[in-house]
Design a protein around this ligand. Sequence first.
Ligand SMILES: *[C@@H]1O[C@H](CO)[C@@H](O)[C@H](O)[C@H]1NC(C)=O
Ligand SMILES: *[C@@H]1O[C@H](CO)[C@@H](O)[C@H](O)[C@H]1NC(C)=O
Ligand SMILES: [Cu+2]
Length: 170
Amino acid sequence: MAFRKSLLAVATVAALLELAGATNFTVGAPGGGWDLKTNLSSWASSNIFKIGDNLIFSYDPSSHDVAEVTNANYESCSSSNAIKTYSSGGDAIPLASAGKRYFICGFPGHCVGGMKVEIDTTAASASAPVPPPGSSEASRKAIAGELVVGVGVIGMMIMVLADLCDIGYN
Ligand SMILES: *[C@@H]1O[C@H](CO)[C@@H](O)[C@H](O)[C@H]1NC(C)=O
Ligand SMILES: *[C@@H]1O[C@H](CO)[C@@H](O)[C@H](O)[C@H]1NC(C)=O
Ligand SMILES: [Cu+2]
């Protein structure tokens, strides 16, 4: 009984730590990629993007690139006046704040052909403390991490107490 509870406690803490970690989302994966075949809006809506996660655009740079653009230029598929362009073929883009961002391929005809994706980054948790304006991404992540670890430690203490009570009755 006590052993099972301790196992549960360890599993709970591990799950909470996992929640606190960042995820690398390879665009279109698995089963697709940053290309003309993948239904990227379907891919985006099947994932939850959180602050601290990264988008990884993996592609052949002789066939594609990545341009981050405004909402208007996303709708009209215009890659001129891009906010930022990437062309390494393995671009990691941090999702540092909540809100929508728009990425298109700048090669002629590709965006119109479907190579465009809108990413809506959610705040990590509805109950997470709101960081003061101007605080860095690092300190925001630290606050979120401490909160999650704190909850895990309290959970573990409760389970250990429950174990001790069991021993008392035996
Ligand atoms: C995510 O990608 C970045 C940049 O490519 C890399 O440095 C980091 O180790 C990756 N993290 C995970 C958890 O895969
Ligand atoms: C992509 O998938 C969505 C459903 O997730 C669908 O509504 C849409 O028509 C698809 N787009 C294309 C180009 O097939
Ligand atoms: Cu392309």
